[in-house]
Structures are given as C-alpha cells and as structure tokens.
Write a protein of this length. Structure first.
Length: 261
C-alpha cells in the first residue's frame, strides 16, 4: 500500500516537472525566436515543438504571392518532414521513393494549375494524412488530402478523375481544386479557405454568425485545424530556407510543446 502511494507520488512529481519544463522551453523559444537559427529549430525540435500561426485579424490573412518552386524542393521537404517531424508522420517512413516523387510532381503540377501555394498543399497533406496515400478516416475521407468519396465523385467528371479516390495524383488534383475554390469563395482568405476545406462553407458561415469555434464529431476544432496547417506552412518555408511571403503584420507566432502529436 505504501509502495503504491510512493509510486503515485513519484509519477505525479515527474509529470509536474515535464509540464513545467514544457512551459519553460516554450517561453525560452518565444523570447529568443528572433536570434535563433530557425532551420536548426525545425530540424531538431519539430518532434516536440509545434509552431502555430494565428491570424491577427481573421478576415485579413491574404492569398499571398508564393514563389516558384521545383519538384526537387518538394521532394526534399516531404522527406525532411517524414524523417524529423511528428509521430503521426514518422509512422509513414515506409513511403517509397517512387510514391514520394509522385506526390512531389503532382503537388507542383496541380498547385500551379489551380493557383495554390505548393507548400500550403504539402502542409494540408501532412495534416490530413501524414503522407499516407491509402489512409481512410473514421468518417470515410480517403487519400492524401482526405477527400470524401461523395465530393470526389462530384468532381470526377469536371476534373477527369479516375474511379480510384486514393490515386495519388487524382486525390491531390481534387483536393487542390477544392481548396482553391474555398479560398476564392472566402475573398481570397487562406485561413477561412482552410476552415471551409475542413467544415464546408456552411461551417465558416456558422462560425462567423455565432462568433465562436465549431467542433466536428471527433471534438476537433475547425479553427485549430486551420491554425495547425498555417504553422506547418511556415515551417515548410523555413525548411527550404525561403522567405515567408505573408506580411508579418497579418499573423502572430505561438509555440506549443507537444509529444507524439
């Protein structure tokens, strides 16, 4: 009995120290961000540090002018994300070189076709599927960009898609087209476009009308989803040593210490 109580006390102390340490790391990074080597930060601390990019004004996160990127850069980015990022993504380390190259080619092809930042599409794919082309959610969404079969079938005749919604290129094509239309629908606002990609245009309208967050059946906040993708987008620019093209006065950076996200 005494041994059991002692074990629980020790465990509680360890958990408290981990929590205090997490807050300290987060505070230190936030305070010293401007003088730190960001590429090193992304490479070594991605498994435990998540950057979230929050719009300072929800209605003013612009559809920015993104740079011209090469297939080789996207391929390098995906490999880096899989090798050094979150637990969910790390589980997909068995992604073949051929599939990774196909993903990279299709991201470039359809991002520029539909005028969406390739690094944003890469961030969406990481958030949605962890770069697993065959993943299926409990709600039935499939593939890299987690397209619902009904939406895929709706887009199939317009985009000339195959019958397989898990096809790497067709899934990316459908998802990129749909996200592009959502961003356009919401006045070229990338943030609200991402929210609409997750919750539909009706979800955005409901959030704007009610003035509070919307949660799906799994308890996931649609707005936290959008913010997480914006954070990954920012990290993608850091990994490739590219300047983030969004005006600095339209967002703020927060750091969240997490484990096995």
């Amino acid at each position: 009995m005494v041994r059991g109580k002692f074990f629980h006390i020790v465990l509680s102390v360890i958990m408290a120290l981990i929590l205090i340490g997490s807050f300290y790391v987060e505070y230190t990074i936030q305070r010293n961000w401007n003088v730190m080597d960001h590429s090193i930060m992304v490479s070594f601390l991605s498994p435990v540090i998540s950057r979230t990019l929050k719009p300072t004004n929800l209605d003013n996160f612009p559809n920015y002018a993104f740079p011209v990127l090469r297939v080789e850069e996207i391929d390098k980015l995906i490999k880096t994300r899989i090798d050094k990022s979150t637990f969910k993504v790390a589980m997909n380390k068995n992604l073949s070189d051929k599939d990774r190259e196909t993903i990279s080619v299709c991201i470039i092809q359809y991002s520029y076709l539909y005028h969406v930042d390739p690094l944003l599409i890469t961030a969406v794919i990481e958030q949605e599927s962890g770069f697993n082309p065959k993943v299926q959610s409990i709600q039935g969404a499939v593939g890299l960009m987690q397209i619902m079969p009904a939406l895929y079938n709706e887009l199939k005749p317009q985009l000339g898609l195959s019958d397989d919604p898990t096809s790497i290129c067709d899934n990316i094509k459908a998802g990129t087209f749909y996200l592009s239309k959502r961003i356009q629908r919401w006045n070229d606002n990338v943030y609200w476009g991402l929210v609409a990609y997750f919750a539909g245009d009706g979800g955005v309208a409901k959030i704007k009308e009610q003035g509070k967050e919307l949660y799906d059946k799994t308890g996931t906040s649609t707005q936290q989803y959008a913010v997480a993708i914006l954070g990954k987008l920012y990290e993608n620019y850091l990994i490739l040593n590219r300047e983030f093209p969004v005006p600095a006065n339209t967002y703020s950076i927060n750091f969240v210490v997490r484990f096995l996200q």
